[in-house]
Design a protein around this ligand. Structure first.
Ligand code: PMP
Length: 427
């Protein structure tokens, strides 16, 4: 069938430009049809293999068809385990909750109530924003420049991306966008700026219910907040009775090296949003974690049909095995250091492109100041059999985000392909 005359993507940005599609508003970023995938390898319908440095935008931290999770899932289905249960208690849900408390929360000295806000990251953010407003009785929420929190109305209103915001047509509600760490240059004290804004009773600024932050901006260009900046932000929130929401939808589940991205900074956010890789197998699942005293919702006050995906609970509970001892985290530290060193090397070998390494953990990338260079690099990488996406408002960062389970040899092989792609772009 030809696509002629059918609806097209109409200029939606993708690194391969406009592509014809029968599906409106569907941005086909890669010019291939994919069929099968194992761990960090994907095959297209022609049988060509690609290394996956995209990992489902962070939803596949444990790789494609992870053997351990797959076995559990197949057994669960074979035994007619419940697939969908809404708010009913099920064994799969209870098991996940018990294991999450024992393996993740308790060893980290964290005490959160767990709520299932719906299947996606935006659902987790939306619940967090609503909860903060209900608890504090305040309306506004502060987000940051270049932040990304999702496409629903509330999540979008704290997303610092003009293109995405335009999708709502008219101005968005209740959110102020404040400069993120480094946004005004490395010497600007953006926390002091925020403090003066919040303390400015003369201008009649109303205090917000919450501040929502990513410790590392996954979609916004891999901008990492400094440790000091985050700690000062938390202190400022406490001072003004503002709830601190950490959006760990993309950065959580180990992406930056620890289960929660905020662990190295000793933060104790009031609310934490998790999704993407929490479902383990790429299955939709989200959590909104709240400090126990914030549990103010009456049963049913915030609900949703797809909050009870038991297939996701089964995989999610099993995936927590990776966090039972420090081995997986130690491996992540090694691979992150390797990635950092290689990216610095690649950038240094092509000074003409002025590339700069950014990010942390297994979410790092190369920033190229000249328009279109990062996209060219990703396009060249794809031709060589390496799947990568760009990050940043202008797609200025070529982002390396493999499954966390990737072995070192494959990581290095992918980085060699990246290096060749940078070389090709430089010449
Ligand atoms: N928060 C962050 C930090 C994200 O990266 C994303 C998705 N990229 C979301 C929220 C929204 O998640 P979803 O697309 O599942 O709604």
């Amino acid at each position: 069938m030809t696509n002629k005359g059918l609806l097209q993507t109409e200029g939606l940005p993708g690194i391969f430009g406009e592509m014809e599609s029968e599906v409106r508003s569907y941005c086909r970023s890669f010019p291939a049809v994919f069929r099968k995938a194992i761990d960090w390898t994907i095959w297209d319908s022609e049988g060509k293999a690609y290394l996956d440095f995209f990992a489902g935008a962070g939803a596949l931290n444990y790789g494609h068809n992870n053997a351990m999770l797959k076995e559990k899932l197949i057994r669960y289905i074979a035994e007619d385990g419940i697939s969908h249960s809404l708010d009913m208690a099920t064994e799969a849900k209870e098991r996940f909750l018990r294991r999450f408390r024992r393996i993740i929360l308790q060893p980290r000295g964290l005490d959160y109530k767990v709520m299932f806000p719906g299947p996606t990251g935006a659902n987790a953010v939306e619940a967090a924003l609503k909860l903060a407003r209900k608890v504090t009785g305040r309306t506004d929420v502060i987000g940051f420049t270049n932040a990304f929190h999702g496409m629903t109305l509330g999540a979008l209103s704290v997303t610092g991306n003009k293109f995405k915001r335009q999708g709502a047509g008219v101005p968005l509600p209740y959110a102020a966008s404040m400069p993120f760490d480094g946004y005004l240059g490395k010497d600007a004290d953006t926390i002091a700026y925020l403090e003066s804004y919040l303390s400015d009773s003369g201008s009649g600024v109303s205090l917000p219910a919450a501040v929502i932050v990513e410790t590392l901006q996954g979609e916004g260009g891999l901008n990492a907040a400094g440790a000091q900046w985050l700690v000062r932000l938390e202190t400022l929130c406490r001072k003004h009775g503002i709830l601190l929401i950490v959006d760990d939808v993309q950065m959580g589940c180990g992406r930056t090296g620890s289960f929660f991205s905020f662990e190295p900074f000793g933060l104790q956010p009031d609310i934490v949003c998790l999704s993407k890789s929490i479902g383990g197998y790429g299955l939709p699942m989200a959590l909104t974690l709240m400090k126990p005293e914030l549990d103010v919702w009456e049963p049913g006050e915030h609900n949703g049909t797809f909050r009870g995906n038991n297939l996701a609970f089964v995989c999610a509970a099993e995936a927590l095995r990776y966090w039972e001892n420090g081995e997986f985290e130690a491996g992540l530290a090694d691979k992150s250091a390797l990635l950092e060193a290689r990216l610095k090397e690649i950038a240094a070998r092509h000074p003409g492109l002025q590339g700069k390494r950014k990010g942390r953990g297994l979410m790092q990338g190369l920033y190229f100041p000249e328009n279109g260079v990062a996209e060219d690099v990703c396009r060249a990488a794809f031709r060589r059999g390496l799947i990568m996406e760009t990050s940043g408002t202008d797609g200025e960062v070529a982002k390396v985000m493999p499954p966390l389970t990737i072995d070192e040899a494959s990581l290095l092989r992918g980085l060699r392909l990246l290096e060749q792609s940078v070389e090709e772009t430089a010449n």
